[in-house]
Design a protein around this ligand. Sequence first.
Ligand code: DAK
Length: 260
Amino acid sequence: MSTETVRCDIDERGIAHLTIDRPKALNALNSDVLDGLDAGIRDLAARDEVRGVFVRGAGDKAFVAGADIGQMRELDPAGAEAFARRGLAILEQLERLPAPVVAVVDGYCLGGGCELALACDWIVATDQAVFGQPEVGLGIIPGFGGTQRLPRRIGPAAALDLITTGRQVDAHEAQRLGLAQHVVTADSLEQTLSGIAKAWLRNAPGAIRAAKEAIYTGADLPQDRALRLEASLFAGGFAGDEQAEGMAAFLEKRKPGYAG
Ligand code: DAK
């Protein structure tokens, strides 16, 4: 399900690539891009065969350089609220995809772009990546979840540093802050992604989904309830074929074969 500004391709293994394709504007998020993301993410959510998703920006300069400033400039408060709610709903859908989702950041990852990356499960960056939340320089605050997801990911002090100064950080500083999980050279990016995809495909898809559900749902619960949630998802794993296959394969010294 692709549009003019967002491509959504799923390969025969079930690895999906969701690509924002507006490179002349550094993939800035305008309403067409939001429509394309919405359609692409709904499509991915409806497909059981999806084993993992890579979110990328087209071209070699940017992941996404932010929400489209030209379009945002025209908004009144009601329009800004509608724009923010639409963006939030789309990013929540992305966050709730059952399969793991990685943001692949090569180049600028600013403002709404950084917020999009934060709605992914983790970030793989090249050493050319640049992160920042520059909104206060434009007279606004982050509107696609940056004031909420960034402090949850890197802690409130580091988030306040980035959001109130608007400063840009390179990939290595982003990694030290816990914003980027892997930093690789541009030349080794595809190999890194291929390694991640192979790991997803090697492991049990239902167990991967259950682990993701346990982490996100548990994060919103008090610890005692979160631990019980984990126990019930753990027990659920013994009702399907994956646990039988995984353990039999170990004991029989062979590779497991999980249904996709
Ligand atoms: N919006 C629109 N166009 C953009 C853009 C953006 N965010 N970023 C870049 N472009 C466009 C440029 O205008 C230029 O277009 P042409 O002039 O060629 O037509 C083209 O992309 C190439 O950009 P540059 O010529 O500027 O390229 P440089 O290499 O010189 O500079 C740059 C790259 C990334 C440093 C620079 O483009 C830049 O500073 N861009 C803006 C970065 C930025 O401030 N991003 C944050 C935007 S604010 C909310 C919802 C969401 C948000 C807030 C509130 N609610 C509704 C409440 C989110 C806000 C943001 O994301």
